[in-house]
Design a protein around this ligand. Structure first.
Ligand code: AMP
Length: 397
């Protein structure tokens, strides 16, 4: 069980606190078009301000590739945070992130004040975790707080390197929540524990399937990856997504499930069409009945019922990846059915980032889930059972 030092376990009064946030927000023509990530960061920032810390915020934004490109500046974020917090967030504009401007701004800070550093990816060292930039960041602070889950699966200067030169390394509320629900739900689940995996490919989720088979009572497979399992059982899948290189792997996973007594569910019927389009006729067929010129684009009605009843009695449910091409309304029913079934569960329900998080929010089930992860890649690595460098780097309690 992961037990990391959090902002509730430290006293930052009068101290300089560097907080790694995820301010990687969409910006069009200098305007932030979705401030969800800024709003999500407020509780940790407010806590540190109220405790009398000198709060220095940092984040990456987009991919400036080690260059100070103005379109990737965090200046609009400082402005937006100032409005959201009702308190000035001073922007320390510095092409080198930790330049004279930032150093002077930090030196002049009073307790409870906030500054924001420039985009950490203006520095080429950031993504290579090069010591010199990690040391520069650490020189600005007494305490480091990591609240950026989205980058926790990467070892960069601003989330991992910096911790080597800082005495106290804690996690913020957002990170804490991810660790509690995603990490500990998978490692210490209340049972029955059901995991649902969908999305386009088996190949991107090999380690997830393998790891989850060691933990779950039921593993539900949907989306494009299901056809590789069907084909492995000798069934025709027409033009459906198929990863021929993974047929043996699918067989291995079915054998593993059987040996472990895990129920591995694959669709019993499929919604098919002759083209990948919302504007062509579609029909539902049973297993092995997909014609050569058809492709599977969603799970069928019987599968929706089967999956909903498997989810119903669960005490822990983790979901990653849509059941079909949910972006097209004709093929969204499977994904909606899973979201609906999860919303009714009397237990812990966790959505593992990316497309499934977007689908759940879009369909209006967001507030019915226990936790929706903010990190697509990071949450998948958690489900793979990997240790995330950004989490490991924080002090244990
Ligand atoms: P992933 O990024 O691997 O989680 O996959 C998400 C994508 O899988 C979504 O854009 C879905 O439209 C797509 N997807 C789900 N089911 C299917 C399917 N049966 N055929 C093609 N694409 C699918």
């Amino acid at each position: 069980m992961l037990n990391k030092k959090s902002v509730d376990d430290i006293n930052v009064k009068g101290l300089r606190v560097l907080v790694r946030c995820d301010f990687n927000v969409p910006i069009i023509d200098g305007k932030i078009t979705d401030d969800t990530r800024l709003v999500a960061a407020l509780p940790t920032i407010k806590k540190l301000v109220n405790d009398g810390g000198k709060v220095i915020l940092c984040s990456h934004l987009g991919k400036p590739k080690g260059q100070a490109k103005p379109e990737f500046s965090l200046a609009p974020v400082a402005k937006a945070l100032t409005e959201l917090l009702g308190q000035e967030v001073k922007f320390a504009a510095d092409a080198t992130v930790v330049g004279e401007n930032a150093q002077n701004a930090v030196a002049a800070m009073k307790d409870g004040e906030i500054i924001l550093l420039e985009n950490t990816r203006y520095r080429a060292e950031e993504e290579k975790n090069v010591e010199v930039f990690s040391k520069e960041l650490a020189s600005l602070c007494d305490v480091f707080v990591n609240d950026a889950f989205g980058t926790a699966h990467r070892a960069h200067c601003s989330n991992v390197g910096v911790t080597q030169f800082c005495k106290t390394n804690a996690v913020g509320y957002l990170m804490q929540k991810e660790i509690d629900f995603l990490g500990n739900a998978v490692d210490n689940p209340n049972r029955p524990f059901v995991a649902i995996l969908g999305g386009s490919k088996v190949s991107t989720k090999i380690s997830v399937i393998n790891n989850l088979l060691d933990k779950v009572d039921t593993l539900i497979i949907g989306g494009g990856m299901a056809y590789t399992f069907m084909k492995a059982l000798g069934e025709e899948v027409g033009k459906s997504l198929l990863e021929a290189d993974y047929l043996d792997y699918a067989k291995e996973m079915m054998a593993k499930a059987e040996a472990k007594g895990v129920k591995l569910l694959i669709p019993i019927d499929t919604v098919v069409a002759k083209e990948f389009s919302n504007d062509v006729p579609f029909r539902t067929v049973g297993r092995g009945e997909i014609a050569a010129d058809e492709e599977g684009l969603d799970i069928g009605e019987k599968t929706r019922e089967l999956y909903a009843s498997a989810i119903e009695g669960a005490k822990t449910v983790v979901w990653n990846g849509p059941m079909g091409v949910f972006e097209m309304s004709n093929f969204a029913k499977g994904t909606i059915a899973v979201a609906e079934a999860m919303a009714k569960v009397n237990g812990t329900t966790v959505i593992g980032g990316g497309d499934s998080a977007a689908a759940v929010n879009q369909l209006g089930f967001g507030d019915k889930m226990t936790h929706i992860s903010t990190g697509g890649g990071a949450s998948l690595e958690f489900l793979e059972g990997k240790e995330l460098p950004g989490v490991v780097a924080a002090d244990d309690k």
